[in-house]
Design a protein around this ligand. Structure first.
Ligand code: ZN
Length: 144
């Protein structure tokens, strides 16, 4: 799943478990990290095998960065905002491979070949990821 989707889910989970329910930050960091492989199970469309993977990868990275900057500009605590990149961090092995064209072994379990990574076509795969981001934003702003 795209880095920006994981990032948005990390924001929402942080708003719920850390900010609203008062769970310890370290435990919420574990929760957002565990959310990564769970999201990767959901059928989605990845750009890594397309010809425009470098452009998609750059867009994905900068969209994630822009989301972090936007939340900080809106006054969200840094400790909350950083949960987004923690959720997306496992995808950096995918991102670096995509940008460099490398086929090096991935280190995160949900990126291994034997992991049942969810896959579907571009139209439903993009729509689903946009819907997850919208739902995450709704949760984040409803709790904030
Ligand atoms: Zn992933």
């Amino acid at each position: 799943m795209w880095v920006v989707v994981h990032t948005c889910v990390g924001f929402a989970l942080g708003a719920l478990f850390w900010e609203r329910l008062g769970w310890p930050w370290w435990l919420v960091a574990v929760v957002v990290l565990v959310s990564h492989p769970l999201l990767d199970l959901i059928p989605h469309w990845d750009y890594v095998f397309t010809e425009k993977r470098v452009a998609w990868g750059c867009l994905d990275f900068f969209a994630s960065l822009a989301a972090c900057i936007a939340l900080l500009a809106l006054g969200a605590p840094l400790a909350l905002v950083v949960l987004g990149p923690i959720s997306g961090a496992p995808d950096f092995d995918v991102l670096t491979n995509t940008l460099t064209g490398s086929r090096l072994r991935h280190w995160f379990p949900s990126h291994w070949d034997r992991f049942p990574h969810g896959v579907c076509g571009p139209r439903p795969g993009i729509a689903l990821q946009v819907a997850i981001m919208a739902a995450s934003a709704a949760v984040f702003f409803a709790l904030g």
